[in-house]
Design a binder for this molecule. Structure first.
Ligand SMILES: NC(=O)c1ccc[n+]([C@@H]2O[C@H](COP(=O)([O-])OP(=O)(O)OC[C@H]3O[C@@H](n4cnc5c(N)ncnc54)[C@H](OP(=O)(O)O)[C@@H]3O)[C@@H](O)[C@H]2O)c1
Length: 330
């Protein structure tokens, strides 16, 4: 047990936004543990990031069965830090996990069957040392399993008390509407959708955001900084300590094209005019839309998190700034 004492004024430092038409409010900024929390990473750095997050009112931590590497190790490390630092604070936290991508060998360790999802959630609870997760997501649509089976399984998890709420991730607009309708009919409303959304990835604007608003479902964009592209990280090439340079990083060197770097530099110039870092402006750009409940960021250091947290201080954009940003993104 450590002697960590969270900042007493943490709830005054954060803005909370209602998640769709539900009783849950989420912090405008949530922290994801996809990278930087696995067994390949330095545990004390992970701990420092989590402490800083909670000290600044981040109450929502997002995991998945496969986060690491190796898969499962982010949940193990999170469980360890939870026990050592946050044991007295479980009721102040919204902890999510997911299943839907490859987790173990054979036909029952992937996609969306009841067999896979039930076993995976049990494994996640064990790794984190939890009795329940606050949100359990189906991680990606499964073209071969009936949607009814997958949604019936989410409903079952809530009825069993292993998840308080459920969500879906990476579902396109039509499929999302079907899933949301099925869940509502079963008596377990869909709390939230987790899509990829940033200035560089905008498919959600073509229907999904509208569906979520109509259905009263929250939206938590993942990779809002485009895995670091929408920060000052790649302004001058690819640094050695970056996700793009790491062998296990999901951002690849070939994603950092000269055209991208040109866009990043031009966006950065607008951020500088606004008195923000590019990370802050990129998050503010998403949060200006009330349909976005929370932005789900990653961070490889406490300093990055401290920088990103400042985004909530300046979310307003002038029409001229918005037009110039659009022009750069064309
Ligand atoms: N549902 C899904 O399918 C799915 C998929 C992906 C992610 N997610 C969720 O979304 C979370 C966030 O994803 P993400 O990590 O890709 O998010 P992101 O916020 O777009 O990228 C995070 C990375 O950007 C860099 N960075 C962050 N803040 C910075 C700052 N202020 N200044 C400079 N660089 C900064 C760091 O890169 P370096 O490491 O290079 O320093 C950091 O690791 C994940 O942890 C996970 O919970 C969900």
């Amino acid at each position: 047990m450590t002697t960590y004492q969270p900042a007493p004024d943490r709830y005054e430092r954060m803005e909370y936004r209602r998640c769709g038409k539900s009783g849950i409010q989420l912090p405008a900024i949530s922290l994801g543990l996809w990278h930087n929390f696995g067994h390949v990473d330095v545990l004390e750095n992970s701990r420092a990031i989590l402490r800083l997050a909670f000290d600044n009112g981040i109450t929502h931590f997002d995991l998945a069965n496969n986060y690491g590497p190796p898969p499962g190790s982010a949940e193990e490390n999170f469980g360890k830090i939870l026990k050592e630092d946050f044991a007295g604070y479980r009721d102040e936290l919204i902890i999510s996990s997911k299943a839907g991508y490859t987790m173990w060998a054979g036909p029952y360790g992937d996609w969306g069957s009841k067999k896979y999802l039930v076993a995976s959630l049990d494994q996640s609870l064990k790794r984190m040392g939890l009795d329940y997760v606050d949100i359990f997501y189906h991680h990606r649509p499964d073209p071969n399993t009936p949607l009814e089976e997958t949604m019936r399984t989410l409903d079952l998890m809530v009825r069993q008390g292993k998840a308080l709420y459920v969500g879906i991730s990476n579902y396109p607009a039509d499929e999302a509407r079907k899933a949301i309708t099925l869940l509502r009919e079963m008596g377990t409303p869909c709390l939230i959708h987790q899509p990829k959304y940033s200035m560089f990835v905008r498919w959600v604007e073509e229907g999904l955001l509208q569906v979520l608003e109509q259905e009263g479902v929250g939206c938590i964009p993942f990779s809002p900084l485009a895995q670091g592209l929408l920060t000052n990280k790649y302004l001058k090439g690819i640094p050695a300590d970056s996700r793009a340079a790491k062998a296990h990083g999901f951002l690849k060197e070939e994603d950092v094209t000269p055209q991208r770097v040109d866009q990043i530099q031009r966006l950065n110039a607008i951020a500088v005019e606004r008195g923000q870092s590019l990370a802050q402006m990129s998050l503010a750009w998403l949060l200006k839309d009330q349909r976005v409940t929370s932005v789900l960021i990653g961070a490889s250091s406490p300093a990055q998190l401290a920088d990103s947290l400042q985004s909530i201080k300046s979310k307003a954009f002038t029409p001229d700034e918005l037009a110039r940003i659009e022009q750069i993104l064309q």
